[in-house]
Ligand binder design. Structure first.
Ligand SMILES: [Zn+2]
Ligand SMILES: [Zn+2]
Length: 368
């Protein structure tokens, strides 16, 4: 008894075309024969999901199925009975067109070069303003003499004898016929004899070397951000694409600035008289110093927002965060005689309980 198609794709009965396509793609990705070689259960699930998609993605078939179920489809010749995996790939060539790799993103095709990951250390300011870096990346590079073909000049590959150039072989497991990648040519469909191989890369089409890669790290980058450079990873096997290069950023802390997304915090010491009487103070921002006016009676810890003086939002072009300047009372650690006398006068006036002049020094002398 066939399972309900909505249940197979795990979508509600009123799911729209986009939701159905998305559900099928995710099921197909999970059960794809390329990723589940030698697993008949996955193949069966792949087939089942494909049948469900065949019906639910077609308005006429879906209407019949909704009204009359599986039997109704059979009666009208709508029954999607895929006998072979290749039927599925050709039926949904819009999804699978260009092969598994392109249809499912990621481009993890056979023979594709490996992805590389390179950590990059940035200063706070480099991340804030963006920076261009030239990196030396050890990687598999395309072989120049053979132009990545792996062949000697004038040599031609011969058709693979195992799969007759198909790149796939059919094996039988019980009732299921399975298509798997040809073990001899690993899906290429072609073979190169030893004497026809490029002597520089020994037929691999790529050589170990290091590449200079110039990268522009955008303003507003942050720790943990990954930048992908398409095709800058390891070169692939002949006729296969290169992998990608991933840069993983690590941003150093700053002595003055603290980031919260694209907002930047800084703390500024403001002299007590300025906090009391009002005035102005110079505050640092990542774009340079700004003069801030301080209102009379400003409490310590008060935050002044400088709109648009923060860091660019790396995800949203044109949006910039704010600078948030925390004003705190600056307390001098050393006082001149006159300064101390004035502060003592103030303490007397306000009847503040302050230590006597030289109190701590005197106590220290006694203890010694
Ligand atoms: Zn083969
Ligand atoms: Zn070569």
């Amino acid at each position: 008894m066939a399972r309900d198609y909505y249940e197979v794709l795990d979508v509600p009965r009123d799911a729209d075309a986009a939701a159905i396509k998305k559900a099928y793609k995710s099921a197909a990705r999970k059960h794809h024969p390329d990723l589940n070689q030698g697993n008949p259960a996955a193949e069966a699930l792949f087939k089942e999901a494909s049948e469900a998609y065949d019906v639910l993605s077609n308005d006429d078939k879906r209407r019949v199925y909704d009204q009359y179920g599986h039997e109704g489809l059979k009666g009208r010749g709508f029954d999607p009975n895929f006998t072979d995996m290749s039927d599925i790939f050709s039926a949904f060539s819009d999804l699978f067109g260009g092969g598994f790799a392109e249809a499912f993103g990621g481009g993890r095709g056979r023979g594709r070069g490996s992805d590389l990951e390179v950590p990059i250390q940035l200063t706070f300011m480099e991340a804030a303003h963006g920076v261009t870096r030239t990196l030396t990346v050890p990687r598999q590079a395309p072989c120049e003499p053979c132009r990545s073909t792996g062949l000697k000049p004038g040599a031609k590959p011969s058709t693979c004898g195992t799969c007759a150039g198909q790149g796939q072989v059919i094996t039988a497991q019980g009732f299921l016929r399975m298509r798997t990648v040809c073990p001899t040519c690993r899906g290429a469909g072609r073979q190169v004899s030893n004497e026809d191989r490029c002597t520089h890369c020994r037929g691999a089409g790529r050589v170990r070397s290091s590449a200079e890669v110039e990268v522009r790290i955008p303003a507003g980058s942050y720790s943990g951000l990954q930048i992908r450079l398409n095709g800058k990873g390891d070169a692939g096997e002949p006729n296969a694409p290169a992998g990608d290069l991933y840069l993983t950023l690590d941003v150093e802390e700053h002595a003055v600035f603290k980031r919260d997304g694209s907002d930047v915090y800084a703390t500024v010491d403001v002299p007590y008289p300025v906090m009391c009487l009002g005035g102005s103070v110079v505050a640092p921002t990542v774009h340079g110093d700004e003069t801030i006016s301080v209102r009379p009676g400003t409490p310590s810890g008060h935050i002044v927002t400088l709109t648009g003086k923060g860091i660019d939002d790396v995800r949203q072009r044109g949006r910039r965060g704010n600078a948030l300047v925390r004003l705190v009372v600056g307390v001098p650690t050393k006082l001149g005689d006159e300064e101390e006398a004035l502060i003592r006068q103030l303490a007397v006036l306000k009847k503040e309980d302050v230590s006597e002049k030289g109190f701590w020094a005197g106590l220290f002398d006694k203890l010694m």
